[in-house]
Design a binder for this molecule. Structure first.
Ligand code: FES
Ligand SMILES: [Fe+2]
Length: 407
């Protein structure tokens, strides 16, 4: 790959080719439960833009909170709205009290006369916010705003939803997405017990022999790339939902088994070299309901030992000690970060096992071009009748999840 193409595929800022493509999709802003009456706002970084998300207090008669998302720097003289005050109809700057509505409309400029017409010319950036599956989402692209896709783990209500927020990864978003079409790393990266001497796990070692009996297929479908592993023990599928999500299913199947979970991993491009991963698990359970528009239980899942934390003396120049490699997700993260902040794809040597990665890059290039020519990229949903619950018929025969006959 030429360096120019690496730049083209990875950069996320406004006006960059991939940045403009990524702005055609909804991205998570934060977990909805993070915003409370006591802590009604949060500073966030999405697609290279510093923003403040906030939850307005309920007005009389309201049962649902309204949310706003606006540029962090005040349009008056750039003080941070992350230190602002959330009021009934918006957020007020801490410096001179300018007030912005949920969509960035400048509502008040208190030190100025009330009829100051210049106020109406101020265009403070603001983006729509919707709540679904325990997350707040935003869309930062051109209007008309498409529908927020109601993927099953976000929209299903017949069970329990739990969200894990992982440590921020110091790397570009495309590295985790390429990992999602890279089944050949499974027995290698996840087949060690890391720690003293990096022990080989005997069970994994046995499985690793089996990889040569496996076949991997990558099948383009309406929403991305279906990654299929055909093994002697059964077939499983983990679809990539273009551009930033991986669908997963794991655990033993059975009623109320908390280990059996459907899972969507959403990777948020924060800027060119930082990525936030949200894992939304959905465990089907009889008699348990989780409304799609309610807050969901969530926890932070640190994958890395930060310097000075956890009482560890860290030789930070030895990467293996930086990650909590007892967690599978941390093993992946270790590889994404050590590939480099934006991995240098001019230095790669791709082989047969990398054909999913080649397919993803081709798809990304094609979708960038569609947007550049003024078209609509794949997977944009505008028809509400298609968006009741978006279900991908994944299979995982090894845990007894087989494809249902079409209804
Ligand atoms: S800088 Fe925000 S009101 Fe002056
Ligand atoms: Fe992995």
């Amino acid at each position: 790959m030429k360096q120019a193409e690496n730049e083209l595929l990875t950069r996320v800022g406004k006006g960059t080719p991939a940045g403009e493509l990524l702005r055609r999709y909804w991205h998570p802003v934060c977990v909805s439960g993070e915003l409370t009456d006591e802590n009604p706002l949060k500073r966030v970084l999405i697609l290279g833009e510093n923003l403040v998300v906030f939850r307005m207090p309920l007005k009389e008669g309201e049962t649902k909170h309204r949310y706003g998302l606006v540029a962090e720097q005040c349009s008056h003289r750039s003080a941070s709205l992350a230190y602002g005050r959330v009021e009934e109809d918006g957020i007020r700057c801490p410096y001179h009290g300018w007030m912005y509505g949920a969509d960035g409309t400048c509502l008040e400029t208190p030190p100025e006369p009330p009829d100051w017409a210049y106020k109406n010319e101020i265009q403070h950036a603001g983006y729509p916010v919707e709540k679904l599956g325990g997350l707040l989402w935003t869309y930062m692209g051109p209007k008309p705003v498409p529908l927020l896709p109601r993927w099953d783990c976000f929209a299903r209500e017949d069970g329990k939803r739990v969200i894990y927020v992982e440590s921020i990864m110091d790397c570009n978003w495309l590295q985790p997405m390429e990992n999602s079409v890279d089944p050949s790393h499974l027995y290698w990266l996840h087949g060690y017990r890391y720690g003293s001497g990096h022990l080989v796990d005997p069970v994994q070692l046995e499985k690793r022999q089996a990889q040569y009996l496996e076949k991997h297929e990558f099948i383009p479908y309406e929403y991305g790339i279906m990654k299929r592993r055909i093994t002697p023990h059964g077939t499983d599928e983990h679809p990539l939902i273009f551009p930033c999500t991986l669908r997963h299913v794991s655990g033993e199947r059975g009623k109320a088994n908390p280990l059996y979970r459907h899972n969507l991993q959403v990777r948020v491009p924060m800027d060119d070299t930082h990525t936030r991963v949200y894992r939304v698990n959905f465990i089907p359970m009889d008699g348990v309901r989780s409304p799609a528009d309610a807050d969901a239980p969530w926890e932070l899942r640190p994958l890395k030992f930060e310097e000075g934390e956890n009482g560890r003396e860290l030789p930070m120049d030895i990467p293996m000690t930086k990650y909590d490699t007892s967690i599978v997700g941390a093993q992946d993260s270790m590889c994404w970060e050590t590939q480099g902040a934006i991995t240098d794809r001019t230095k790669e040597h791709l082989g047969h096992a990398d054909k999913g990665i080649v397919m993803l890059r081709k798809l990304l290039r094609e979708q960038i071009e569609i947007v550049q020519k003024g078209g609509e990229p794949m997977g944009i949903i505008r028809d509400p009748s298609k968006n009741k619950i978006l279900d991908i018929p994944v299979i995982n025969e090894r845990i007894g999840l087989v494809r249902q006959a079409a209804e």
